[in-house]
Every structure is written in structure tokens, then in C-alpha cells.
Design a protein. Structure first.
Length: 171
């Protein structure tokens, strides 16, 4: 059963990649209320700021537990990834998007190398040493876990580390 679900998810992801209008239509079935999200003014110049990465691409260390693909509602947990991790130590566990390109260059969903280049050029002050990875496909009943537990836990870690900006990279 799990193998069929995996194959179905991969086929659907490739269809949506090939037909963006179909993907847009499928995406309209979910409506998110973002009216309660406050606008935050920039606190300091980017060249003086610490920036952290958060991805919803399902990236994780090969040594970490994969995201749960057997639950059709997704997995609201997260993985911590040291930004010093070599590419070959990373993998993607996520059947709900076509990640063949990201498998070739993980910077598409976890742009550590691109941000490090911006740090070297003085555009960004510093890169936070830990990136946080989620699986982007999360439906009820796991949305509550994401909003009330996992999300606030990561936000707390970032606040404790005095991160100034977060780059959220959706898959």
C-alpha cells in the first residue's frame, strides 16, 4: 500500500510540474487565512544581520529519520541541519513535489551555498549555523501540530539565537 501511495504521489507531482495551470487549480482547494500575520518592519540592514534558512522541501541528513511519507496528511516535525553539512550527506524525503532538480542541486530548496556567497560578498552579515527543514505537505489534523508545536519551537530556537531574518524556501 505504501509503495502504491509513493508511486501515485510521484506521478501526481510530475503531472503538476508539467501542467502548472493544473497545479494552480489543485492548490485553490485549500484556503489559508493570513490576515492575522502581522507585518514586521526590517530591524537592521541585511549586511549586519544574521540570516537563518527554513525549508519546506523535506531535506534532511541521511543519518536522520526521514519524514513520514506513510501518513497522507504529512509530517509536522522538523529536522535541524548544520549549514556546514556537505551536499552528499543530505537527502530529500518528500513525495508531494517533483524534486529531481533539487536532488541534483539541493541549493534549490536549501540555498546554503548561495547565502554563504552573499556573506562572503558582505551582502549578508552572517548565516545562522543551523537550518530547519520541514515537509511542505501538511494537512489536517497535523496543521494544529505545526502551528502550535513545531513552528513555535523553531521560532523559539531562532529567537534564542538572536536571528534577525529568516529566509523561508518553499518547495
Amino acid at each position: 500500500m505504501i509503495r502504491f501511495s509513493h508511486t501515485r504521489n510521484v506521478v501526481m507531482a510530475r503531472i503538476f510540474t508539467a501542467f502548472p495551470s493544473l497545479a494552480a487549480r489543485w492548490g485553490q482547494r485549500l484556503q489559508m487565512n493570513t490576515s492575522l500575520v502581522p507585518w514586521a518592519e526590517p530591524g537592521k540592514p541585511l549586511r549586519e544581520a544574521v540570516v537563518a534558512l527554513v525549508t519546506t522541501g523535506g531535506v534532511h541528513l541521511k543519518s536522520q529519520k526521514p519524514f513520514d511519507m506513510s501518513d497522507s496528511n504529512g509530517d509536522a516535525s522538523f529536522r535541524e541541519i548544520p549549514v556546514s553539512t556537505p551536499r552528499e550527506a543530505l537527502t530529500i524525503t518528500h513525495d508531494y513535489y517533483d524534486h529531481r532538480d533539487a536532488d541534483t542541486d539541493v541549493n534549490l530548496v536549501l540555498p546554503v551555498e548561495r547565502l554563504q556567497e552573499l556573506v562572503e560578498r558582505g551582502v549578508v552579515g552572517a548565516l545562522h549555523p543551523v537550518a530547519y527543514a520541514f515537509m511542505g505537505h501538511i494537512d489536517d489534523p497535523h496543521l494544529n501540530t505545526l502551528v502550535r508545536i513545531s513552528g513555535p519551537e523553531v521560532a523559539g530556537k531562532l529567537a534564542d539565537a538572536k536571528v534577525d531574518y529568516v529566509l523561508l524556501v518553499p518547495a
